[in-house]
Write a protein that binds this ligand. Structure first.
Ligand code: PRX
Length: 653
């Protein structure tokens, strides 16, 4: 759009329209401020009120926050509930006929699943899990595509108190095996494969491979026959198809009421080391924030059609596909395919056909679709939209304004939601009927979220100064620990230098209005297309290759993906050049795909005789980040043991 730049310079602030605010749940700044004040005045009373409003408890809680063993906080600990009852049963019979899920396949076929059907499917599958010996507390790995059955499987686990761990379908057999072994899962639920962009992708083979490499805890594999016509092989575990598993199972399953603190799921995410962290979420507290943010931030109502494009393999697909929207009893779209198949208008065509009113996606998707030109979305009727959202990475103002103008027709607020796998739900995001928007800022912490930007000693930094983003008080949906590693949990998120604060791992600044601007990660984590990856994870994969001696990985800014991966590699023997180098690049890219998955594949690999290191042997990543951008590193290089290596890695040798 020609006028994007002028819009940006003329208009910094976008206020919610009267039309939007009038029907919004929190429809004014005064109403928002009143909630903030309520939480400050009576922190526990505020959360207790919301916990009663948004969650149906089987046994009401009497205790709100137990901080006696901080940072191992407990919320609503003597309350009992069942999450699947909250997401399904409590909407029945009133919403029995209401569509819970509109499932759209890659090929465009559509199924509508009502709340009653969802109930029956979940109950049958929960009974099937029980029949295979799954009990409360057992871990079940779900390795499924983005289809309604993924949500059914998650809710079936929740119904019987089993702890699910969803592994993104794009992760390789090796990554799957590590997650199965870390959780000691008794069962894996998978599919024969899925369709993406008209192509068949097989999944079951990865499970077989993972089990072949040793997953002693797995007794049973349940496989959904989803695409048909592929060789599904056989694993070492007992195998049955989804259809066989549910055959003859009744459509009623008594829910297991669990303590509020009972783990609902474990979800792996990347950190500063080579080993992903199994983030543990609770049942009660998690659901409170999931439902409350769907209500406040997405303003979801009974007549909305909501669509979150995230995969269930990520936290967004947990909180804003399975748990939050269903807890509110809304209708949502679940889409198996990709945004550009059969053509670049797929997303907008779906918005038109399903009359989507609230749409939530990632900046990387927005930037990719923006590149295809305005004429694509302009062919569709997008007038059903009333609210847009983004998540996963900072959104650049150009993409924001395009989303606002071309997709939202200048009518829909954009809620830029900051949160993490660890936070369970949105923590900083504009409540759209109440908060003026500034493109690029996730604006203000939600009521009850005590966010601040502090220095390394925990002191608030002045306005416009960068610092560590922290949350000064616990909140109900915070992670409870890292599975099997309480010590790493404490060290990573509640470091000794910050007095009891949750350290998010992001740097941020606040502007004069108190708005928060996320500046990026402070640890060795990179964000590729909104997917979080640890540089050490990719390095560990590279050095596991028999021909690699050493590797260092950094992120390089990318105009669509946010960041891409650049790897610097030292091989055993002579540095490869010419064709040998090209062949080695291919080998290593394939290797990383096999070890982790295609999302971790380096975009570029450069070979050196060694890596830039300090005299004490520490790799100077700061320099490598510059070299990856083809910028000769600025600043002091005098501490380098081997300064000549810089020229070599810049390609001058
Ligand atoms: O760096 C922040 C970035 O994504 C990280 C969390 O990644 P993950 O746990 O995979 O969860 C992604 C989906 C919630 C954060 O530490 N991030 C997330 N949302 C935003 C963001 N950066 C800027 N703006 C956001 N809205």
């Amino acid at each position: 759009m020609d006028n994007l730049e002028s819009m940006l310079s003329e208009k910094r602030i976008f206020s919610p329209s009267t039309e939007f605010s009038e029907r919004a749940r929190i429809g004014s700044r005064a109403a928002f401020d009143a909630l903030v004040a309520e939480a400050e005045r009576d922190f526990e009373g505020f959360w207790a009120r919301l916990a009663r409003e948004f969650v149906t408890w089987d046994t009401p809680f009497s205790e709100v926050l137990d901080d006696s063993n901080a940072p191992f906080f407990k919320w609503f600990a003597d309350g009992r509930l069942n999450v699947s009852v909250n997401c399904i049963d409590r909407h029945l019979p009133a919403k029995a006929e209401k569509t819970a899920i509109i499932g759209e396949s890659d090929d465009g076929s559509v199924t509508h699943i009502s709340y009653q059907e969802l109930h029956d499917r979940v109950a049958k599958f929960a009974n099937a899990l029980k029949a295979q010996g799954i009990e409360k507390g057992d871990r079940v790995v779900i390795y499924l595509p983005m289809i309604p059955e993924a949500t059914v499987a998650m809710l079936a686990c929740a119904r019987i108190g089993a702890i699910h761990s969803v592994v993104f379908g794009g992760f390789s057999a090796e990554a799957l095996r590590d997650r199965i072994n870390d959780t000691e899962a008794k069962m894996v639920i998978t599919a024969d494969g899925n369709m993406r962009g008209g192509k068949k992708v097989t999944l079951k083979g990865q499970v077989d491979k993972a089990l072949e490499h040793g997953c002693p805890s797995v007794d049973t594999v349940i496989m959904l026959e989803h695409i048909g016509g592929v060789d599904t092989g056989a694993s070492s575990a007992k195998e049955l198809t989804w259809a066989e598993a549910v055959e003859g199972q009744p459509a009623e399953c008594e829910p297991v009421m669990v303590e509020a603190e009972h783990p609902l799921f474990i979800l792996y995410t990347s950190g500063s080391t080579g080993k992903p962290k199994g983030i543990v979420h609770s049942s009660g507290g998690y659901l409170v924030n999931a439902a409350m943010t769907c209500s406040w931030v997405f303003d979801l109502n009974d007549d909305d059609v909501y669509w979150c494009t995230a995969d269930v393999g990520w936290i967004t697909g947990h909180t804003y596909v399975t748990y939050g929207p269903l807890a509110l009893g809304v209708t949502q779209v679940i889409f198996e395919g990709v945004p550009t198949y059969p053509d670049a208008g797929r997303f907008w065509d779906m918005v038109e056909r399903h009359k989507v009113s609230v749409f939530y996606t990632a900046p990387t998707a927005i930037r990719a679709l923006m590149k295809l030109g305005d004429e694509v979305p302009n062919q569709y009727d997008l007038s059903s939209l009333r609210l847009l959202g983004t998540v996963g990475e900072p959104i650049n103002p150009e993409a924001w304004v395009w989303y606002y103008q071309v997709i939202g027709g200048g009518r829909c607020p954009i809620t830029d939601t900051w949160w993490q796998t660890e936070t369970g739900a949105h923590l900083i995001a504009p409540v759209p009927g109440a908060i003026d928007l500034v493109p690029g800022s996730c604006t203000l912490p939600l009521p009850g979220i005590m966010a601040d930007v502090v220095d390394d000693h925990g002191h608030s930094v002045p306005t416009e100064s960068g610092g560590n983003l922290v949350i000064k008080k616990p909140w109900p949906s915070m992670l409870r620990t890292i599975w099997g590693d309480d010590e790493r949990f404490q060290r990573t998120y509640f470091p000794d230098n910050l007095p009891g604060y949750y350290l998010a791992g992001d740097s941020a600044r606040r502007d004069q209005d108190g708005y928060i601007w996320i500046m990026g990660r402070i640890d060795d984590v990179i964000n590729v297309s909104g997917h979080r990856l640890g540089t050490m994870e990719v390095e560990s994969a590279l050095v596991a290759h028999p021909e690699v001696a050493e590797a260092a990985v950094v992120g390089r800014p990318h105009d669509v993906k946010g960041e891409t991966i650049v790897a610097f590699v030292v091989v055993k023997g002579d540095r490869p050049k010419g064709e040998a180098a090209e062949a080695m690049v291919k080998t290593l890219r394939d290797w990383v795909t096999e070890q982790i998955g295609p999302i971790a594949k380096p975009e570029e690999i450069r070979f050196g005789d060694n890596l830039p290191k300090t005299r004490s042997g520490k790799i100077m990543r700061r320099l490598l980040r510059g070299i990856a951008k083809d910028e000769l590193p600025e600043g002091d290089t005098s501490t380098l043991e081997n300064p000549a290596i810089l020229d070599q890695l810049m390609g001058k040798d």
